[in-house]
Design a protein around this ligand. Structure first.
Ligand SMILES: [Zn+2]
Ligand SMILES: [Zn+2]
Ligand SMILES: [Zn+2]
Ligand SMILES: [Zn+2]
Ligand SMILES: [Zn+2]
Ligand SMILES: [Zn+2]
Ligand SMILES: [Zn+2]
Ligand SMILES: [Zn+2]
Length: 384
């Protein structure tokens, strides 16, 4: 989304008590120190001049800011750990402005003062942002007493109060009421940006406000553009070229006109664009490290390729962002981390379940998935 700060916005109703630069607009001024300490990292962070350093990385594998989880664009200056580690490099980088954010701030979105947290204490540091309701890694403004988390992009969006979007002529204003998102059709979000004109019905949910204008697809040499309206076709049928599912003609999508390629935003960006899938994270209730995976229920009934597994904590099939242990061949819902009551009982249940879930020796198959003894998915006896 091409967000422009609305200059006409008068500041008499200032929503925040501390001003800071928006997280995703970073510019180095002449007085930037070459090296700075940052509370979130054990080594000093060096200023990398984006103009001088020729970036070797492919845009797909670009550098991500560990603060806001947004990419650091080519040519953009940033701060990075340059410590020559013996084991493995830190791979820790921050937008210049993300490195300057205040440690504490008060935002009217929450009644208590918020603390800048480098990593939430859940598996993989994943938290749920209060404003966009997305799962995210990276820094957050958090209230420990209330389990309140706000990702950095949302904190800067909230601070702006008004934005301009090139899909609509008028200014959009932050609002607490979403009726229906003009981009994706969702109605079940708590916040949105809506047109200031009473005559317009244009509203965007926060995740749609955050959609980048351009994304890359590994099988297309051209960049894909965020597109607001489908060109009418004779069949009146619109499909996604990635999932082959139907696209709603009225919803935003990404397209490449040269290749006649069109797709759902979720299909190209993933359902959890603020989370780095994979990895190896410590899980408090499991003896091995786990990876973060996105498990989707297949749209095709009885799809043999569907590899959903039951969660040992709640016995429901694991869908969405889940923790996976390849050694044990199990998935665990991430949400249990956030509602970890009755842990004793659930642990007992999990132990019981382990007797029924086969634990194969790890194979050297290149496939990420191992087969259960009953075929492609593990089955759990009904009355445990
Ligand atoms: Zn950042
Ligand atoms: Zn480091
Ligand atoms: Zn958010
Ligand atoms: Zn609080
Ligand atoms: Zn939306
Ligand atoms: Zn309008
Ligand atoms: Zn799709
Ligand atoms: Zn395990």
């Amino acid at each position: 989304m091409n967000i422009l700060v609305d200059d006409d916005d008068d500041d008499d109703d200032e929503p925040s008590t501390s001003r800071c630069p928006p997280a995703n607009e970073t510019t180095a001024d002449d007085h930037e120190a070459l090296q700075v300490e940052h509370f979130s990292h054990q080594h000093k962070l060096t200023l990398i001049d984006g103009q001088e350093v020729a970036r070797q990385d492919d845009q797909d594998e670009g550098i991500t800011c560990n603060g806001c989880m947004l990419p650091i664009m080519r040519g953009e200056s940033y701060r990075s750990c340059t410590e020559q580690a013996i084991e493995k490099p830190c791979n820790f980088s921050l937008h210049i402005n993300c490195a300057k954010l205040p440690r504490m701030r008060l935002l009217p979105l929450h009644e208590h003062e918020l603390t800048l947290l480098p990593k939430a204490s859940f598996v993989g540091g994943v938290f749920k942002c209060h404003m966009c309701e997305s799962l995210s890694q990276g820094f957050s403004y958090s209230c420990g007493d209330c389990d309140f988390y706000l990702d950095l992009y949302c904190s800067s969006l909230y601070e702006r109060k008004t934005i301009l979007c090139d899909a609509h002529v008028h200014t959009l204003q932050f609002s607490r009421q979403l009726v229906s998102c003009s981009s994706c059709g969702t109605c079940d979000k708590n916040f949105c940006f809506r047109c200031i004109s009473k005559k317009c019905d244009f509203r965007l949910c926060i995740p749609c406000v955050k959609l980048p204008l351009i994304v890359r697809y590994k099988y297309d040499n051209h960049p894909l553009r965020l597109t607001y309206a489908s060109v009418k076709n004779d069949l009146h049928e619109y499909y996604c070229d990635i999932c082959e599912g139907i696209r709603d003609r009225k919803h935003w999508f990404y397209s490449c006109p040269d290749c006649d390629f069109e797709c759902h935003p979720d299909c190209i960006r993933g359902r959890y664009p603020q989370v780095k899938l994979g990895g190896s994270y410590k899980h408090d209730d499991h003896q091995h490290h786990v990876a973060l995976v996105d498990k989707r229920k297949s749209a095709i009934p009885n799809d043999k390729r569907e590899r959903l597994r039951p969660c040992p904590d709640c016995l429901n099939m694991c869908v969405g962002l889940v923790c996976e242990c390849l050694e044990c061949g199990i998935n665990i819902h991430l949400e249990h981390e956030w509602a970890a009551d009755n842990r004793g009982f659930l642990e007992l249940l999990a132990d019981l379940l382990k007797m029924f879930i086969p634990s194969n020796e790890p194979d050297n198959n290149s496939s990420r998935w191992r087969q259960g003894i009953h075929g492609t998915e593990f089955r759990v006896p009904k009355h445990v």
